[in-house]
Design a binder for this molecule. Structure first.
Ligand code: CA
Length: 223
């Protein structure tokens, strides 16, 4: 898990970083909105802890920038301002949770972990669709209690579709999930993986189906 902390109060930043490192996170710390934007542009963080009172701009502006990204990490906002309107504004701008200063470190770590456990979050959880269960930690798929062996890319596609049950996953997004920078997938790579995945799910009597949206991508429908 990689976490970005955007906080200008050095002592709080250090204590926060220490607490998350002790909890097993990789932590990057910056003290301004500008540095936060640069860090987020360069690195795929799993979560962001964002102070609102920052020296260059209001932390809310970083939140607004993040809000436009399709796959942005969850954001927990820290604020010294215990005003209802700030909270509402923060949640409107796309914060997933907020904590009012002063806070207990254990609570902050617990709240970030809770965000990561949400559907679509990066931490491990059991995804379910009909009689299909995917364990994101064990990298194991079961249909009606029986393990179904899947190739790595097939499992990655299924995980993505299960996290977005009923919503269309564009083929281009699946390609990005599957292939790193510098790897150029064949244009039919994703359809071929989906084809195999479909067959394996069908043979295992899964009661959910992968549908094709022609020219766009795929979605999983739970039976
Ligand atoms: Ca501050």
């Amino acid at each position: 898990m990689r976490l970005l902390i955007v906080e200008d109060e050095r002592r709080i930043a250090e204590l926060t970083a220490d607490a998350f490192r002790a909890a097993g996170f990789a932590v990057d710390g910056v003290a301004t909105v500008a540095d936060g934007e640069a860090a987020i542009a360069a690195t795929a963080y799993d979560a962001v802890v964002l102070d609102l009172g920052l020296p260059d701009r209001d932390g809310m502006s970083l939140l607004a920038d993040l809000g436009r990204k399709p796959e942005r990490p969850p954001v927990l906002v820290l604020t010294a301002r215990d005003a209802v309107e700030d909270r509402v504004a923060g949640l409107d701008a796309g914060a997933d949770d907020y904590l009012v200063k002063p806070f207990a470190m254990v609570e902050l770590v617990a709240r970030v972990r809770a965000l990561l456990r949400r559907p679509g979050g990066a931490l491990g959880l059991r995804l379910e669709a009909g009689n299909v269960v995917l364990d994101t930690v064990g990298r194991d798929v079961q249909v009606a209690g029986q393990t179904v062996p899947l190739a790595r890319h097939e499992l990655a596609i299924l995980e993505h579709l299960m996290r977005r049950l009923g919503r269309v996953a564009p083929k281009t997004v699946l390609e990005e999930k599957l292939y790193g920078m510098g790897e150029e997938p064949a244009s039919n790579a994703v359809p071929v993986h989906v084809h195999h995945l479909r067959r394996k799910l069908m043979e295992a009597h899964a009661n959910c189906a992968i549908h094709t949206v022609r020219g766009v991508g795929y979605f999983l429908e739970s039976g």
